[in-house]
Design a protein around this ligand. Structure first.
Ligand code: PAF
Length: 286
């Protein structure tokens, strides 16, 4: 596996692939890899000649400095996991190689970034879209891989890809869950054993929403109330939002649910902020 620390090195790798006519899959990550990331890499390896993984804890997408400081990091462990899978290149730049002194450019997707996560994490999506646009420009991959756990991020990146004419195939793969339903996340490592039952309530709330929508005739507001009720069972669970929204516009829905919806939520378990979602179809949806 080739290790690149600077955009210049990564660009040379990309130029060699062009010359050889080989396709490239890109898996952007912030490291502390779990089975969700590894599934993205394995899939990318089956769909492309070469796979590049980026590992960069992007400071501009953290609206909270304590969250950035607490983000788990272990590059050696991540390197070994990627090497074992047969990854071709790891791009692990330092912060100043990415944001060189005097960096002034930021990429912003309107509307989609102002709701849900955007409402609670000001500036977060501008950080995400700026780093992803930089990675897309640098690697010009044929395909790029993201997890459905960050459903809003995936939707925003699809819009970015379309609006800026990158022409990349955006692959969004299903959320990988622990046996108890908890969505895999690099942040889970910060949960104490005693907090796990509370963290499980997130998937419990989504499952309650799914069950109520699957019965047919459910009203969006009552589904949100049902999710809040499940989350309310957890002492130490602090809810940021519960949402029943249009999967494309991400706008909240009202009234009877008669088409596929994105059901999502964000909550703190202690000081760990977790998000999760499901896309759910009512019976007989078009
Ligand atoms: O999902 C993530 O890990 C990050 O938001 C991403 C896409 C790697 C950008 O830093």
């Amino acid at each position: 596996m080739i290790l690149c620390r600077t955009p210049e090195e990564a660009r040379r790798f990309r130029a060699d692939l062009y010359r050889q006519g080989r396709s490239l899959g890109l898996v952007p990550t912030m490291g502390w890899l779990h089975e969700g990331h590894l599934t993205l890499v394995r899939t990318a390896l089956t769909e492309n000649d070469c796979v590049a993984v980026s590992l960069f804890v992007n400071p501009t997408q953290f609206n909270n400095p304590e969250d950035l400081a607490a983000y788990p990091r272990d590059e050696k462990r991540d390197r070994e996991l990627l090497e074992a899978l047969g990854t071709h290149l790891l791009y692990a730049p330092g912060a100043t190689a990415v944001y060189r002194p005097g960096h002034l450019t930021s990429v912003r997707v309107a509307d989609l970034t102002e709701v849900l996560e955007g409402g609670y994490r000001p500036g977060h999506f501008a950080g995400v879209t700026t780093i992803v646009a930089k990675l897309f420009a640098l690697f010009a991959p044929d395909r790029a891989y993201f997890g459905a756990k960050d459903a809003q991020q995936a939707r925003v990146i699809e819009q970015l890809n379309s609006d800026l004419d990158f022409g990349i195939e955006i692959r969004v793969l299903p959320t990988v869950r622990e046996d108890d339903g908890l969505a895999m996340s690099s942040r889970n490592v910060r949960l104490a054993e005693a907090q796990r039952p509370m963290a499980r309530l997130l998937y419990g709330a989504l499952s309650a929403a799914r069950a109520s929508i699957a019965r047919g005739g459910a009203d969006a507001e009552s589904v949100r109330a049902a999710m809040r009720m499940v989350l309310g069972k957890g002492e130490g669970v602090r809810v940021d939002y519960v949402s029943v929204a249009d999967p494309r516009t991400l706008k909240e829905l009202d009234g009877v649910i008669n088409r596929p919806v994105l059901v999502s939520l964000a909550a703190y378990v202690g000081d760990v902020r977790l998000i999760d979602n499901l896309t759910v179809e009512p019976p007989g949806a078009p």
